[in-house]
Ligand binder design. Structure first.
Ligand code: NDP
Length: 282
């Protein structure tokens, strides 16, 4: 049987460590605050925002809540971000994506002060990651590195294959694995003979957004498989990009969905927020 990588347990471990850190910072008179900005009432976004605020409360981070209507203009949203950029009490700024269509996502991301860019999406943060300088890292891939490390899985020298090249998952994932001295290949929708490439992987990261796409024929015997996908099937049950039942018997370790990568994203957001306060807080 493979090792089941328990994201619920590991994310809880990280949140508990952060809670202790935040309590110690409070004793030194340092309060931490995260601005959580949501435009409109998209139900999925509302769930994410609620969960992020809950995590803040658990850890002892104050959340500065901005819930503004769908009709909010880009200028109005930029004014809120500017206010948060200037607010010395605010350590991190999170704009829940996607924003409504009349607002340009890139303009919003670029407006956030890189010192408060706890999502790690600003070009300055991405550039820092690329050249190996300190900066905030996108939360989902950062969480995957923690899952691997805290499960005792070494990355150095391993053949790592990342399937998916989005700016928030695939690309930063590949850079982080490279930083950990993995040998990294990135695949995408134009990759020829995907199976042949993924079959080489010691560590396979599946992040394409297609339910149960990867069956056992994509996986090398004994590989570590990390499933980033989240989907709801026709029975409202969650599943990932990996056909878990088919793939698990062939792996040395695998993340389940739910309870694998998912819980790590919020834990790493909290981590970035605490790091921001430690590095730049007044
Ligand atoms: P995107 O849709 O932005 O990117 C998907 C990537 O997969 C693209 O690079 C695309 O290639 C590639 N791709 C699509 N189909 C194939 C295929 N058949 N073969 C090879 N490559 C393919 O998705 P995200 O990166 O944002 O998210 C990926 C998944 O992860 C989604 O299911 C999402 O819900 C989930 N997710 C989970 C999170 C979590 O916290 N657990 C957080 C973020 C995302 P190309 O570039 O050529 O189009």
């Amino acid at each position: 049987m493979p090792q089941i990588i328990d994201g619920k347990r590991i994310s809880q471990e990280i949140k508990d460590e952060l809670r202790d850190k935040v309590a110690a910072l409070k004793e030194q008179g340092k309060e931490i605050a995260l601005a959580v900005i949501q435009v409109g009432e998209d139900p999925a976004s509302s769930v994410y925002v609620r969960n992020k605020k809950r995590a803040c409360e658990y850890i002892g981070i104050k959340s500065l809540s901005y819930e503004v209507p769908e009709s909010t203009t880009q200028e109005e949203l930029l004014a809120i971000i500017d206010e948060c950029n200037k607010n010395p009490e605010c350590n991190g700024i999170l704009v829940q994506l996607p924003v409504p269509k009349h607002i340009d996502e890139d303009t919003i991301i670029r407006a956030i002060d890189p010192k408060k860019d706890v999502d790690g999406f600003h070009p300055m943060s991405v550039g820092a990651l690329t050249i190996g300088e300190p900066g905030f890292v996108s939360c989902t891939p950062a969480g995957i590195i923690q899952l691997l490390k805290r499960s005792g899985i070494s990355i150095e020298g391993k053949e790592c294959v990342v399937v998916g090249r989005s700016n928030i998952v695939g690309k930063p994932m590949a850079l982080l694995l490279l930083r950990e001295n993995g040998t990294v290949t990135i695949c995408h929708s134009r990759t020829k003979d995907l199976r042949e490439v993924t079959k080489r992987a010691d560590i396979l990261i599946a992040a394409i957004g297609k339910p149960k796409f990867f069956d056992a024929s994509y996986v090398k015997e004994g590989a570590v498989v990390i499933d980033v996908g989240i989907h709801r099937n026709e029975n409202n049950k969650l599943c990932g990009d990996v056909d878990y039942d088919d793939v698990a018997p062939h792996c040395s370790a695998i993340t389940p969905v739910p309870g694998g990568v998912g819980p790590m994203t919020i834990a790493m957001l909290m981590n970035n927020c605490v790091e921001s306060a430690e590095m730049f807080g007044e």
